[in-house]
Design a protein around this ligand. Structure first.
Ligand SMILES: Cc1cc2nc3c(=O)[nH]c(=O)nc-3n(C[C@H](O)[C@H](O)[C@H](O)COP(=O)(O)OP(=O)(O)OC[C@H]3O[C@@H](n4cnc5c(N)ncnc54)[C@H](O)[C@@H]3O)c2cc1C
Length: 535
């Protein structure tokens, strides 16, 4: 996390920085500052401090050759820590734009800096260092929403549970919060947000700081799942001015996967959040702008540059568009389903949800790989996992390696021909009744957590009539368009019925619903974007 640069490396960096003298105890930058660069210590020493509830905690003293910074430096987001000179010191300050230039053009320095930045972010998350405290309850859907939002955006936070944590009352009294206000997000140590929306949380933590919305982008990507992040990495690394608009957080459906084992290059598997975090940093390193907690609400189908209206009333313009909006889970047709969403019913199985299932009974609905992965993952923490499948078994719908693991796991009970009839409970889920469609047998089991993984529908309702869709509302592209293509030239692969607008990944008709396929399509589409931009 704290490598010291060699004299030769410092000399190379000096061409991009400015020397700055700081006196003993001077604040170099503070928690919450957004516009600072990276500081390399030339002589003397500076301290990195965690600031929580008004108190400082020492994290590290940096000396000759050591440098400040973590992944926030790339995106221009606010600093999570304070930095103060321990003694009179000389520093080399490198501004954010120059830092990006160095990282892209000096492979050796780029690697040292990026590795340190990423390890430091992992440390900050693991030790809850930063400017966010979430007070909530494990039985509240909005608490889960905010927890997931912060976790999936890689924003470190301290979580205090009103039912379990003795420190909570102190915090509640300190900020005059009543139990009725829960969940509450304390932002930058003093702002109290009562049950904020994701957009309000993002604004308070400055997650979209540093993004320029004026002007016309070369490329706007809608969605930051694997396909959108791939498009951002390839576009930005090839010199395009790229904006990505994401409704919640980078990662998409893959971000809700506990372990992806069939993505090339990761023989031990990788969690969806980890993959997303790496891709996000990679895109930022190359200069892509990624706006989170903002949704595309409408695509105007006039002539280029195209305008995308956003849900907060803003609008952005792009000379080309890649729609990478993916798909979202289907829900079960049960009358009180929404009552239990986030309070026992979930659509993704990550470490956030798993923590709640420890020692309890869990049911997973679905026969595909997502359901299989969730069942295997949850069996490591839950007392029992019921895997409920509507059909005769898993052979036709699930990968063989997952079926073998399920069969070998004594905590998983498979129930075929089974459909849920009823959910029961008070504030949160307590029991489920299901029925075997072959035998008619009805059973009721004490189940505290239900994971629904029964396929997905495309996120295309915001497109209106702009693009040609198939009968299941997936976007048609390339030769599938037939007479719906308007120009004399043939459409490029992945191009939609609106020239210069492409569709990639799960949202595209005929796509393979896999991470690798989504990444491949996102990368490929950028080649055709170059052709569009070249006129
Ligand atoms: C639990 C689970 C496990 C899985 N495991 C595997 C696996 O092991 N291996 C594998 O190959 N595949 C796996 N998959 C499938 C894989 O995750 C998907 O194929 C892949 O994520 C598709 O990527 P995408 O970028 O096309 O879409 P998505 O991942 O769906 O991402 C779309 C993004 O667009 C955003 N968005 C939607 N609408 C808008 C809008 N209007 N404005 C702005 N943003 C918007 C969404 O918030 C989302 O972040 C799994 C899926 C799930 C759900």
């Amino acid at each position: 996390m704290f490598p010291a640069l060699t004299d030769a490396q410092i000399a190379r960096l000096s061409a991009f920085g400015e020397q700055r003298r700081v006196e003993a105890h001077e604040i170099v930058f503070d928690q919450g500052d957004a516009s600072r660069g990276v500081f390399v210590v030339l002589d003397g020493s500076i301290e990195v401090l965690n600031v929580a509830k008004g108190h400082e905690g020492a994290l590290r003293v940096l000396r000759r050759g050591e440098f400040t910074g973590e992944v926030n430096q790339l995106s221009g987001r606010r600093s999570l820590v304070r930095c103060r000179a321990s003694e009179a010191s000389n520093l080399l300050e490198i501004a954010r734009a120059d830092l990006r230039h160095v990282m892209q053009n000096d492979a050796e320095l780029g690697e040292v800096l990026l590795r340190a930045f990423m390890l430091r972010r992992v440390f900050l998350i693991a030790h809850s260092v930063g400017d966010a405290v979430l007070i909530g309850s494990n039985h509240s859907a909005d608490t889960l929403r905010l927890q997931s939002f912060l976790a999936r955006n890689g924003h470190p936070h301290t979580y205090l549970d009103v039912e379990r944590d003795p420190d909570v009352q102190i915090m509640l009294d300190e900020f005059q919060i009543t139990l009725a206000d829960i969940p509450v997000l304390i932002c930058r140590n003093d702002l109290v947000l009562r049950n904020p929306t994701n957009a309000e949380a993002a604004a308070c933590f400055g997650l979209n700081a540093g993004i320029d919305e004026g002007g016309v982008y070369d490329l706007i990507v809608i969605g930051a799942g694997p396909s959108g992040l791939a498009a951002a990495v390839y576009g930005a690394s090839e010199g395009l001015n790229v904006l990505v608009v994401e409704s919640t957080a980078p990662g998409g459906q893959a971000g809700s996967s506990s372990r992806i084992e069939n993505y090339l290059g990761f023989p031990n598997g990788i969690s969806g959040q980890d993959l997303a975090r790496r891709a996000f940093v990679q895109a930022e390193k190359f200069g892509a702008n990624i706006a989170v907690a903002r949704s595309a609400r409408r695509l105007k189908c006039g002539r280029p540059p195209y305008t995308v209206d956003l849900d907060d009333g803003g609008a952005v313009q792009g000379r080309s568009i890649i729609v990478a909006a993916g798909a979202q889970y289907r829900k079960l047709d049960l009358p009180n389903l929404t009552h239990f969403e986030g309070a026992g019913v979930y659509y993704g199985a990550t470490s956030v949800e798993a923590e709640m299932c420890s020692g309890q009974t869990v049911a997973v609905v679905g026969g595909g790989n997502a359901a299989g992965q969730a069942a295997v993952f949850l069996s490591s923490v839950a007392k029992r996992v019921y895997l409920l499948v509507r059909g005769p078994g898993l052979v036709d719908t699930m990968s063989r390696y997952l079926i073998s693991r399920i069969e070998a796991c004594s905590e998983i009970t498979q129930k075929t021909w089974t459909q849920i009839q009823k959910l029961e409970g008070g504030a949160y889920l307590e029991r489920i009744q299901w029925r075997n469609s072959r035998t008619g047998l009805e059973e009721t089991e004490d189940v505290q957590h239900l994971f629904i993984m029964t396929g997905a529908d495309p996120n295309t309702s915001w497109l209106g009539e702009c693009l040609a869709l198939d009968d299941k509302q997936f976007i048609k592209t390339g030769t599938d368009l037939g007479t719906e293509w308007p120009l004399p030239r043939p459409p490029y692969l992945l191009e939609t019925s609106l020239p210069g607008v492409f569709a990639v990944g799960d949202v595209r008709a005929g796509s393979l619903k896999r991470v690798a396929a989504a990444v491949g399509e996102g990368s490929m589409a950028v080649q055709f974007v170059h052709k569009i931009l070249a006129g």
